[in-house]
Design a protein around this ligand. Structure first.
Ligand code: FAD
Length: 489
């Protein structure tokens, strides 16, 4: 998940502020359009990789020119790539990879979601708290990220901060030192780590890095709000109510009930997909491309490579005619982030921060993993509960270093503390280590020159996805590359 959306804490002056049907048959081949013996036949376009990018590209090609013979080859025995809805391990379909439609109705994939009529729900009831703030502190109770409790210093506002009250003396906060990090700056102002307001921590550590990796320049506005509203609680703005129908919340997070994979199955529809087909070698020339695969050789006039950057970094595919150095540099400069996602299933509904079954996120700003989310939202007939434990950055790296059972225990510990029940046990636990998954070799990340990575090679090889870190961005890059390819046919 690229961005756990943290909308709502306003900072400013006023408000400080069906696989067979989809043409896919596991075990090898396909489809409505081609039989097994047709695998090697000369295709117009072969797309390598049946993730969001590859399916987006293939769909666009066929929609723009239905006479084109287009096929997808996919190494795994399923489509989806890092979109992996697991329908067998727990009592409801659960997402091992991506889970959320960032932007919901405003996402580029939404027209498909709408056309298919999928049930999509926004995570609109989200909460934070400081676990260690002490039972009587408002910071300890679950509160909305922009509720008055977010501004509170758990142990009271340090005396030294009063002079920075914008409504009082209004002295400006001290200048940030060169390269100073947020934690060091807060310490310099006399704010102890366990006295940092929940909202300040929440806003500054947004799905990226902890305070020690956050630039201190990000602190000022929120800290000023914390000072102001701690001293003048009557001035604190009303918490926002996230409304999926309000375009203001176009960066919200939404879940397709019943499985994200329905989306790609729907888009793929009758496109031929050859599963269990690992592309090992690509031989391209100006006249076309031969793919040496684990199931034999296939040829096409054009190929769209829609594999992750990690596959390229590992030199998992041999490009016998070579690729420009700049392209390899771009792949090698791409950096994967540490992403930790673990699912626990419980016998009953064991945790809710607000008494309802429709909560979205619950983040304990001082626990690891920080974030829990409700993966069984909108499953009224399901008696159990599936909770995701989510972490990013250095904390995620540390979690990944633990043996598997201890990873599960780490998430369980947060659920127990969140639910206030030290005796809780989970029924099932699941996680995928995407950094060590063949055909992925990473969750998602950043870096690598986008232009060099996606530049066509000899007008026959096109490059989609790879560096994109959301489903929508991958899908859009597939569509864009398809349009580019059509100019070169
Ligand atoms: C844990 C996790 C959580 C995430 N959460 C979200 C989220 O909530 N929302 C969101 O929008 N995004 C999220 N993402 C990111 C999102 O999943 C990816 O950005 C997106 O799915 C990538 O699509 P893609 O088509 O570019 O790549 P992939 O989905 O990786 O597809 C590439 C395909 O290429 C195939 N392939 C690789 N090598 C070969 C080969 N040699 N021969 C043939 N086929 C090959 C792979 O098997 C795969 O199917 C998350 C990712 C992870 C890992």
């Amino acid at each position: 998940m690229a961005d756990v959306s943290r909308r709502g804490l306003l900072v400013g002056a006023a408000a400080v502020t069906g696989l067979a049907a989809a043409g896919i048959i596991a075990g090898s081949v396909i489809t409505r359009q081609a039989g097994r013996d047709e695998r090697g036949n000369n295709w117009d376009v072969i797309v390598v990789g049946a993730g969001s990018a590859g399916i987006g590209a293939a769909r666009r090609l066929i929609d723009q020119n239905p006479s084109l013979r287009v096929a997808i080859v996919e190494a795994r025995d399923r489509i989806g790539g890092r979109m992996f809805t697991d329908r067998t391990s727990m009592g409801i379909p659960v997402e091992r990879g991506c889970e959320l439609v960032h932007g919901g109705p405003y996402a580029d994939t939404y027209p498909w979601i709408k056309e298919a009529g999928f049930d999509m729900r926004m995570f609109s009831k989200n909460y934070i708290r400081l676990n260690n703030a002490g039972d009587s502190s408002p910071s300890h109770a679950w509160h909305a990220p922009d509720a008055p409790a977010s501004w509170a210093f758990p142990a009271g506002i340090p005396d030294g901060l009063v002079r920075f009250d914008p409504a009082g003396e209004g002295q400006p906060l001290p200048e940030v030192l060169p390269r100073e990090k947020a934690d060091a700056y807060l310490a310099r102002l006399g704010i102890a780590p366990d006295n940092i307001p929940s909202g300040l921590r929440y806003l500054l550590t947004d799905d990226a890095e902890p305070l020690y990796a956050t630039d201190a320049t990000a602190v000022g506005e929120v800290l000023t709000a914390c000072i102001r509203y701690s001293l003048h609680p009557e001035e604190a703005p009303e918490p926002e109510k996230l409304d999926p129908d309000d375009p203001k919340y176009n960066d919200g997070d939404y879940k397709i009930i019943g499985g994200y994979d329905q989306l790609l199955t729907f888009i793929a529809d009758d496109i031929p997909v050859f599963l269990d087909t690992v592309v090992e070698e690509v031989q391209h020339s100006k006249s076309g491309v031969e793919l040496v695969t684990s199931q034999g050789t296939m040829s096409a006039r054009r190929v769209v490579m829609a594999v992750p950057a990690g596959v390229m970094q590992r030199r998992g595919i041999d490009f016998t005619a070579g690729l420009p150095d700049r392209k390899w540099v771009a792949f090698d400069e791409f950096q994967y982030s540490h992403i930790f996602k673990c699912l626990l299933e419980f016998e009953g509904q064991v945790f809710t921060p607000d008494g309802s079954a429709t909560w979205g996120y619950a983040e304990s700003m001082d626990l690891t993993p920080t974030t829990l989310w409700n993966a069984s939202i909108a499953q009224p007939d399901y008696g159990g509960q599936v909770i995701v434990g989510w972490e990013t950055g250095e904390a995620a790296r540390e979690l990944h270093a633990l043996p598997l059972e201890q990873k599960y225990e780490a998430v369980l510990d947060v659920v127990r503390k969140s639910a206030g029940d030290p005796g809780l046990r989970y029924k099932k636990a699941l996680m995928t280590d995407w950094a060590n998954e063949p055909f992925s070799w990473g969750a998602y990340g950043h870096g690598g020159n986008e232009k060099d990575m996606s530049a066509p090679t000899d007008d026959v090889l096109f490059w989609a996805g790879m560096r994109t870190s959301t489903v929508t961005a991958s899908y859009v890059s597939g569509v864009d590359q398809a349009d580019e390819l059509l100019k070169h046919l």
